[in-house]
Design a protein around this ligand. Structure first.
Ligand SMILES: [Zn+2]
Length: 180
């Protein structure tokens, strides 16, 4: 996983006065929510009128869901964030560890687990740490360092070499005597 510098925005635990931007963002989150509900309602109406279309969409959705859920994100790839929400509640949430802030990719608001406000815009956040320590990369076992041969081993090897040499001398002398 690449290195990520986690960002902070405000201090969630401190007193906080909602800014104009917060009100604006909350408004647009709510607008987006309403828009999504409207689209869903329209799709439902279409599907009610067209069972084949509904079956097709259900199948696509089922496959997409299977793809999303087939791989559970390991704990060490999840970052914990303390966030302050528009409604004033301070809660903890999780995002994929590759996100430098919790408000990436349409995640700038969430349902408040305290009061249920949905959506509730994230007005301040700070990283808390990964859900689990990343597994340590396995180090290859160090190659055994060859020990220097002992004196006894050296003497044995020397004796073997001497025996080889005298055997070669003997053979050379034997073949030399046969030649003219
Ligand atoms: Zn709340």
């Amino acid at each position: 996983m690449r290195d990520v510098t986690y960002e902070s925005h405000g201090v969630p635990l401190e007193e906080y006065q909602l800014t104009r931007k917060d009100h604006r963002e909350q408004q647009s989150s709510e607008d987006a929510g309403r828009w999504a509900k409207k689209i869903i309602a329209e799709k439902k109406a279409e599907e009610a009128a067209d069972p084949v279309l509904k079956a097709h969409r259900d199948e696509v959705a089922r496959r997409a869901w299977k793809m999303i859920t087939s791989r559970k994100t390991p704990d060490h790839e999840l970052m914990r964030w303390r966030v302050r929400l528009y409604c004033g509640h301070i809660v903890e949430t999780r995002r994929h560890a590759e996100s430098a802030r919790p408000t990436f990719a349409g995640a700038s608001s969430m349902q408040c687990p305290e009061c249920g406000k949905d959506p509730s815009y994230i007005v301040a956040f700070e990283p808390l740490g990964l859900l689990a320590e990343p597994p340590k990369p396995r180090k290859p076992a160090p190659a055994p360092t060859p020990r220097p041969p002992t004196r006894a081993q050296l003497e044995r090897r020397l004796a073997e070499l001497e025996a080889e040499v005298s055997e070669l001398r003997r053979q050379a002398a034997a073949s030399g005597s046969g030649d003219p």
